[in-house]
Design a protein around this ligand. Structure first.
Ligand code: PLP
Length: 440
């Protein structure tokens, strides 16, 4: 575990509430704001003792510090407000699609990006004003487009000519505002699987194709083109890619609205040094002002950087084996966190009542029937034994979102913690839930 206090997050959030500042010295800065080690030597998230949380809610469980998400949402809005007269911050809800998170971010004044009919349903259930919902997707079905029109979503982000043709047949006399998704031909330095801005992409359209789509939409009654959208990828640390892509889309002409996507990377381990929210916003807005003009409505769509660091996962250690390497096997794995298996993503881990530093070099293994089901490799754990509660930080984004039932494992609950109070916002699945859809 790293021992630096959390200067980076404090810088990132400007001057946060002092109650949130205390990511205790001796604790890695990747934990949620406000995380401490209490007098009993146990990790506390949102004022709640994690050993008690595991006892009360079981494991595995996603534990979320509600105030951490709120602080980051405020930081994004403040950074935009300081630089733009006309802006919106959209929650890219694929990162953490559960009603309580939608509710929280709607309360914080964010708009919302959805990428499917299901996410639209959740966003509406979470209380988002349909006029502030943006509908994405490279393969929107007719029923998803119809649901978006019926709900009255503010804008649909057009991704293909087929979609234009399909949308027109569904308008039924209505007018729909749209953006065109452009791939600017920029490949940021992130994993290939989360790069979306390169020309050869399943998302959006390269500039020459986008030009034709723009002409077609302008000639189509019932579709009102308000601007362009781009999203070049996720978990990006270098700001230059954002600047260069804005330069590229400027070649398409002048529009009132530009949605500049998400993409800001986060620290998964203490070794990661992502840019602050403020410098990310500064890079995008200053490039937009210079390249697109100073009077534009600018939208950004953070997902990961709003929610990733707010969450940790608690597991129970089921076995400790010393087979050449030491394997600490827990009661979850690729069913609650697919990212290590999909992208080779790295995480920290610790025993929740023996946080370190030091310990024995271990691999944290999942319970699934795949050798690749390894949650964290080469991490130091202090005297791990069966029955311990093990914590992996930074599981707020794309954890619950990608959860699955491999090996018939019921999906984990989401527990919000704040000021020492814990509440379940998504309950644990039961074995009966596993057969609810089986009809034979
Ligand atoms: N916008 C779009 C269109 C996306 O596809 C994504 C994620 O893939 C995002 C925004 C959010 O990206 P991130 O989670 O990196 O902020």
């Amino acid at each position: 575990m790293a021992v630096e206090p959390d200067h980076n997050l404090i810088d990132l959030l400007g001057a946060p509430d002092p109650a949130l500042e205390a990511v205790a010295s001796g604790l890695s800065r990747v934990y949620p704001l406000g995380t401490t080690i209490n007098a009993a030597g146990r990790l506390e998230i949102g004022g709640c003792d994690t050993i008690e949380l595991a006892r009360e809610f079981g494991t595995p469980a996603y534990i979320v510090a509600e105030d951490d998400i709120r602080a980051r949402a405020r930081a994004f809005r403040a950074a935009m407000a300081a630089r733009c007269a006309d802006f919106d911050v959209l929650f890219a809800s694929k990162a953490f699609p559960c009603v309580a998170v939608y509710q929280l971010l709607a309360q914080e004044g964010l708009a919302c990006d959805v990428a499917s009919g299901g996410e639209l349903h959740l966003a509406l259930a979470g209380g988002f004003d349909p006029a502030r919902i943006y509908m994405h997707g490279n393969a929107k079905s007719s029923s998803e487009l119809a649901a978006a029109l019926d709900a009255g979503v503010g804008q649909i982000v057009i991704d293909s000519f087929d979609e234009i043709a399909r949308l027109v047949t569904l308008l039924d006399g209505r007018t729909q505002r749209v953006l065109v998704r452009v791939t600017p031909g920029i490949k940021p330095s992130t994993h290939d699987f989360i790069s979306t801005g390169q020309l050869d992409s399943k998302f959006g359209m390269p500039l020459d194709v986008a030009r034709k789509a723009i002409d077609l939409i302008n000639a189509t009654s019932g579709l009102e083109l308000v601007g362009l959208h781009m999203h070049i990828g996720s978990q990006i640390f270098e700001l230059e890619s954002f600047r260069r892509s804005i330069q590229e889309i400027a070649k398409l002409g002048d529009f009132p609205v530009y949605d500049l996507g998400g993409g800001l990377g986060v620290a998964y381990t203490a070794a990661d040094g992502p840019p602050s929210i403020d410098s990310y916003v500064e890079a995008k807005v200053s490039a937009a002002n210079a390249q697109l003009g100073p009077d534009k409505r600018l939208l950004i769509e953070p997902g990961r950087s709003l929610v990733a660091n707010s969450g940790v996962t608690l597991y129970s250690v089921e076995s400790v084996k010393r087979n050449v390497s030491t394997y600490v096997a827990v009661d979850g794995g690729m069913s609650d966190n697919l990212r290590p298996m999909l992208y080779g993503a790295t995480y920290e881990a610790a025993i929740a009542d023996r946080m370190g530093p030091g310990g024995e070099r271990c691999h944290v293994a999942g319970k699934h029937c795949e050798s690749g089901d390894m949650i964290v490799r080469d991490v130091d754990l202090v005297d791990p034994v069966a029955g311990d509660i093990l914590v992996t930080p930074v599981t707020g984004a794309y954890g619950h979102a990608m959860a699955n039932n491999y090996n018939g494992v019921p999906r984990a609950p989401v527990v919000f913690c704040r000021n020492g109070d814990a509440r379940v916002v998504v309950r644990r699945e039961t074995f009966d839930d596993l057969i609810v859809r089986d009809v034979s």
